[in-house]
Ligand binder design. Structure first.
Ligand code: SF4
Length: 284
């Protein structure tokens, strides 16, 4: 048993998560900087094929996905996202140390009074990959690092599966930096207040690809309220940066049958990154 197989078995993904023939992907990205609404159109043509993959999932797993996507616990995220009207609490030229201090001292929303500490984010500050979740949980709140609980361990294994590692090629952050009470989803107003920090993190990192983990992260970054099912399998765009949507690891822990679909998303992300890197080497 090789190392990759052992890792997949640990994830309970083997042999389901075996990488088969190259996943059929959309046409190559002509220029990473051009990944806008127009250039995304051809990529969306591939969505029909991905929908057919979705249709192959069991009715139970589809229903499970729908139930979380339509849960009344998930607040509306309408009108939030990168173009929110809430002003940034810092100058456009804010550096990493200044931004970290701003977040440490922030009390722009009510979440600060209920959390132990802010959770800024962790990883390579010039990473090609940026993974974004929704907010810290109890263990993250205690340790000050995102994705350190059981869901974090699954995320680490997912990263290993695509030959990445926390702290190396990856930066991990959340939409909100303070833990919402009782692990509820952050409210729209809280997201709007905190989004400028994530937006500045992205400006500083300049990742080649963003992976949104879950509906709240995807809706916040894209400024919409689309369902996770409708966002998966399609290449999106955050201010010129390609963005891929997949399930939050905490959801995968509750619905392990969906891990196969998360693996499809990761393969899609790897393919997008490969094309982005190839274009970058041709057009440095
Ligand atoms: S969640 Fe964000 S905006 Fe709200 S207090 Fe924490 S750092 Fe500030």
């Amino acid at each position: 048993m090789d190392r990759n197989e052992a890792m997949l078995r640990e994830l309970h993904l083997y042999p389901q998560w075996t990488l088969r023939a190259p996943v059929e992907q959309p046409a190559a990205i002509e220029h990473v900087d051009d990944v806008g609404a127009g250039s995304l159109a051809p990529l969306r043509q591939a969505q029909g094929e991905r929908e057919s993959i979705r249709e192959q999932a069991s009715p139970a797993s589809i229903e499970a996905a729908r139930s979380i996507e339509t849960s009344t616990d998930i607040p509306s995220v309408q009108n939030i996202g990168p173009d929110v009207s809430v002003s940034a609490p810092f100058s456009p030229a804010t550096t990493w140390p200044e931004l970290k201090q701003q977040v440490r001292e922030c009390n722009r929303c009510g979440l600060r009074t209920g959390c132990t500490r802010t959770v800024f984010g962790v990883g390579n500050e010039t990473a090609d990959w940026l993974f974004v979740g929704e907010g810290p949980g109890a263990e993250e709140d205690a340790l000050g690092e995102p994705f350190v609980g059981q869901a974090g361990r699954l995320l680490d294994n997912m990263l290993t599966a695509i030959k990445l590692a926390r702290g190396k090629q990856v930066f991990i952050a959340n939409v909100v930096k303070c833990r919402p009470p009782d692990n509820r989803n952050p409210a729209a107003g809280e997201v709007a207040q905190c989004m400028p920090y994530l937006a500045r993190q992205i400006e500083l990192i300049q990742p080649k690809l963003i992976v949104a983990l879950g509906k709240v992260a995807a809706n916040s970054l894209l400024g919409n309220e689309a369902t996770l099912a409708s966002l998966r399998g399609t290449l999106h765009d955050y201010r010129g940066i390609p963005l891929v949507v997949t399930y939050h690891p905490a959801y995968l822990l509750r619905s392990p049958s969906e891990k196969a679909k998360a693996w499809q998303d990761l393969c899609f992300a790897v393919d997008v990154m490969s094309k982005a890197l190839a274009q970058h080497s041709v057009h440095p």
